[in-house]
Design a protein around this ligand. Structure first.
Ligand code: HGY
Ligand code: MN
Ligand code: MN
Length: 425
């Protein structure tokens, strides 16, 4: 990966080529309105009607810009220049992120990277820039797994990791993904047609808000990501014995919610007192029948463990499984624990890091290397191609909340760095 001889830029293109900042910011505003709420948040969960509306918006903008769009069988949205690429034959460079959000999430997580990728492609197209290989913008489907709990769905399909996906994915109420995927333009029966084999892509680049406090705290405009965290998502179910809250004696109760409460504290201890992993969270719980005067019957909860080290993640999971089994025995409830997601921590590609650093330096932007505590499609794409990630600062380091914000000038600066990095690859 270097300044490729095949990179035949139109004279002066590298120097005076700039993204159109107001177009980028305007599109982010338009997109934030889709699934937007009065508090400035966005709920656009993967394969929801709002998600489909957001895709339609991006397709409309790309088409109006003279670009071509296509939805693959996995539901990923791909955007290409009409003339493909000129110059030497080399596999494409993919640039993108995701359009779906968590419930009551922010307006930038994912959307920023997709809109910036569209902006870069449109800028290259308008500038008539011949690149050494084709640049394709992509919006991966269902990165968050908020509605259909198969996070990284689109990137797992594109990288051919179909065996790691459920054969009949459903949402948490049991609704099959099949129809929702079809409505989005995908096709469960033809997932194999969406697979890109190893070597079919020169590089994958993702621009994203940091979602943490580091860049703001250190006064840096650009983050050069060196590694992306590993993540284990466990689905825990506890089956007790329901009963009348007023007549069921305390002695002998088989109350799954009591055990769940102890489990939440055990999860916290993993990353707290026991220091077994970097962070550990229970963010979702479902209590049945969820009636104030009934001892619960079943409680389900998800456990999200993160660490940059694969071994530590495995150890933390093992320790938690043992602890949960003990709590279930003591509380006389049945328990099941299944790993819904195990995503490895991955390093980014050093050559891409160098290209990002050089691009930021060229623009006079203070930059810093840092790890990503959030997961990204880039870590899935690493299975088939070198990956690079660019961060811009998150105000107050918050994300997955309505107040997720980044300064407009940082959003534009990030897109400029993305453009120059693409031209360097
Ligand atoms: O959960 C994550 O780290 C990402 O937002 N999907
Ligand atoms: Mn996210
Ligand atoms: Mn994201």
């Amino acid at each position: 990966m270097s300044d490729h001889p095949g990179l035949a830029l139109a004279p002066g293109a590298a120097g005076d080529l700039r993204v159109n900042g107001s177009r980028l910011l305007g599109r982010l505003d338009d997109l934030a309105a889709i699934g937007g709420s009065r508090d400035g948040g966005v709920t656009r969960m993967g394969f929801s009607p709002e998600d489909r509306q957001a895709r339609a918006y991006v397709v409309q903008e790309a088409t109006a810009a003279g670009l071509r769009t296509r939805i693959d069988a996995g539901g990923n949205l791909l955007i290409r220049r009409p003339s493909g690429h000129r110059g030497v034959e080399r596999p494409a460079v993919l640039v993108g992120s995701h359009l779906d959000t968590v419930a009551q999430g922010g307006r930038l997580d994912g959307a920023y990277g997709v809109i910036a990728a569209l902006e870069v492609l449109q800028t290259l197209h308008e500038g008539g820039v011949a690149t050494g290989c084709e640049i394709i913008a992509i919006a991966f489907a269902n990165e968050e797994g908020a509605l259909f709990p198969q996070p990284f769905w689109g990137s797992m399909v594109l990288t051919g990791q179909l065996d790691a996906l459920p054969s009949e994915p459903q949402d948490s109420s049991g609704k099959p993904l099949r129809q929702a995927l079809e409505l989005a333009g995908g096709d469960m029966a033809r997932l194999a047609t969406a697979v890109w084999p190893p070597g079919s892509c020169t590089a994958y680049l993702e621009l994203h808000v940091e979602q943490g406090p580091v860049l703001q705290r250190r006064g840096r405009r650009i983050g050069v990501v060196d590694s992306i965290t590993g993540r284990t998502l466990l689905r825990v179910q506890m089956q007790g014995r329901a009963g009348h809250a007023g007549t069921t004696p305390m002695g002998g109760r088989q109350d799954p919610l009591v055990v769940a409460a102890q489990a939440v504290l055990a999860v916290k201890a993993l990353a707290g007192a026991e220091q077994l992993c970097r962070v550990a969270t229970v963010g979702w719980m479902d209590v049945r029948p969820n009636s104030p005067n009934t001892v619960p019957d079943v409680v389900r909860l998800d456990v999200d463990l993160r660490d940059s080290d694969h071994g530590r993640l495995a150890e933390a999971e093992e320790a938690l499984r043992r602890k949960l089994a003990l709590l279930a025995r003591r509380g006389d409830v049945q328990i099941s624990v299944e790993a819904a997601v195990r995503t490895d921590p991955v390093p980014t590609d050093p050559r891409l890091r160098h290209a990002i650093e050089a691009s930021a330096a060229e623009l006079g932007l203070a930059h810093e290397t840092l790890a990503s505590g959030a997961g990204h499609d880039a870590q899935i794409m690493a299975a088939i191609t070198p990956v690079g990630m660019i961060f811009v600062p998150s105000i107050d380091g918050v994300s997955h909340v309505p107040s997720e914000r980044t300064a407009p000038e940082d959003l534009v600066a990030g897109a400029e760095v993305l453009l120059r990095t693409v031209l360097r690859v």
